[in-house]
Design a protein around this ligand. Structure first.
Ligand code: GLC
Length: 425
């Protein structure tokens, strides 16, 4: 039976588009003109560009593809593990019209920006994908102005990793979690960390704090709403925890990997991170928590909190010369076999709805039900071609507030102004 995953109610979301001015584009309305009209039938070697393959899933998939496509070999160009550096590398190569960046992994938040700039090949005609088996939320992240510009590859939802040997029942609310920090203190380990370094991960974590406290980043009219009492409460939760040590001081330098390693080393009781951590924490030779960790939904006010919706889509550059091969590679990435491999090899979140209810997969991947809850409650980040500026407005101000350099009230007033200014560029 086909089940469609429920989406978070619109009222909760920051998912509304900021009011925009039009960008010039070579793919306006999805009709291919300029570079988007060339290379469509091209076949031959291509390069796939993606951030660091922490879960070691890309190399085996490229090997599988290459074994079956001797004349259309894929070369994997691996970027760093920082979302911001990946973004900037793609922008530079698009600006240089590099034909060797054929297919790239596009974070869900970049689709609007790259599509509006005319850098992504619209997936129409021979490039079109059948999306009927995909989670609707993932298809949405690959769509801009009603045109699909990328193939959903993996989705992502925030999860609370916790030490079940120290806390047999995970906290359901933020306050409950903070109450448990005395246990971590007694053990002389950190209580809670997420991603608090100043980069995209901080936007994710700040938005989650705001949404989980009942606030929003943007209202349904596309205007910033971060000065509401609930939004302030969300950021205050992080600032208070940092000030009183429930968030350890070193967490201000954490991106995903630093937090994962601290947790695997037994230095943290609670960690907010993405599903990829599950397999590594279970299998890494150096992981000290293999048998002692479990996963739960992020905590909210009275029940599960709201994760930011993450994930990555694969897009074809308009400058690629081998777009027919690239389109086949996109289909390969979304195939059931490949999606299952993402789950079993990397504990990544698949984009095919049916896999969340696949008993054989669930038996091997016990994290799937928790992940499903996370995705059902996930809130997209703002959809706008000016996303980098919006994200910067969130990060810069949240960072000052968490470090205690700017009072939350003032930080949110500044964030409000900066988000509005970003949308009006
Ligand atoms: C993960 C998410 C992505 C997010 C990034 C932030 O890779 O999938 O959407 O932007 O983390 O660091």
């Amino acid at each position: 039976m086909k089940r469609s995953m429920k989406l978070a109610p619109v009222a909760m979301l920051g998912a509304v588009a900021l009011v925009l001015t039009a960008c010039s584009s070579s793919t306006t309305g999805g009709t291919a003109t300029g570079p988007a009209a060339s290379g469509l039938a091209g076949r031959g070697p291509i390069t796939y560009v993606q951030g660091k393959d922490n879960s070691n899933v890309v190399k085996p998939l490229v090997a599988t593809w290459n074994a079956a496509h001797p004349k259309e070999q894929v070369t994997f160009k691996e970027q760093t593990d920082s979302a911001d550096q990946q973004h900037d590398d793609l922008v530079q190569n698009f600006q240089a019209k590099n034909p060797n960046y054929d297919v790239m992994s596009v974070d869900v938040i970049w689709t609007a920006e790259f599509a509006a700039k005319g850098w992504l090949q619209p997936l129409k005609g021979k490039q079109a994908l059948d999306t009927s088996a995909m989670l609707p939320s993932t298809v949405k992240t690959a769509t801009y102005n009603k045109v699909m510009y990328a193939a959903p590859v993996t989705t992502d939802g925030g999860i609370l990793y916790y030490r079940k040997d120290l806390v047999p029942t995970p906290p359901k609310t933020w306050d409950e979690m903070m109450g448990m920090c005395t246990i971590a203190k007694a053990k002389k380990i950190g209580c809670y960390a997420g991603q608090f370094f100043k980069y995209e991960g901080l936007t994710v974590n700040s938005a989650e704090a705001v949404n989980s406290a009942g606030g929003t980043i943007l209202g349904t009219d596309g205007k910033a709403t971060v000065t509401s009492a609930d939004a302030k409460k969300g950021l205050q939760n992080l600032a208070t925890a940092y000030a009183n040590g429930n968030i350890p001081k070193e967490a201000i330098t954490f991106k995903e990997e630093e937090g994962r390693l601290a947790f695997e080393n037994g230095k943290l009781m609670f960690l907010r991170n993405w599903p990829y951590v599950y397999n590594l924490a279970k299998t890494d030779g150096s992981s000290k928590v293999k048998e002692t960790f479990a996963m739960a939904p992020l905590p909210g006010v009275t029940g599960p909190g709201a994760s930011s919706l993450g994930g990555h889509n694969a897009a074809i550059s308009v400058y690629s010369k081998n777009k027919a091969t690239a389109a086949d590679f996109l289909k390969f990435l979304t195939s059931t076999a490949q999606q299952k491999a993402f789950v079993s090899q990397g504990s990544l979140a698949p984009i095919l709805t049916a896999l969340y209810d696949d008993p054989a997969l669930a038996a091997k991947s016990p994290y799937l039900p928790v992940l499903k809850t996370s995705l059902e409650n996930a809130v997209p980040r703002p959809v706008t071609p000016f996303y980098p500026a919006v994200s910067k407005a969130v990060q810069d101000n949240a960072y000052g507030a968490i470090k205690g350099e700017v009072p939350v009230d003032k930080a949110m007033a500044n964030m409000q102004k900066a988000i509005q200014a970003a949308g009006a560029q």
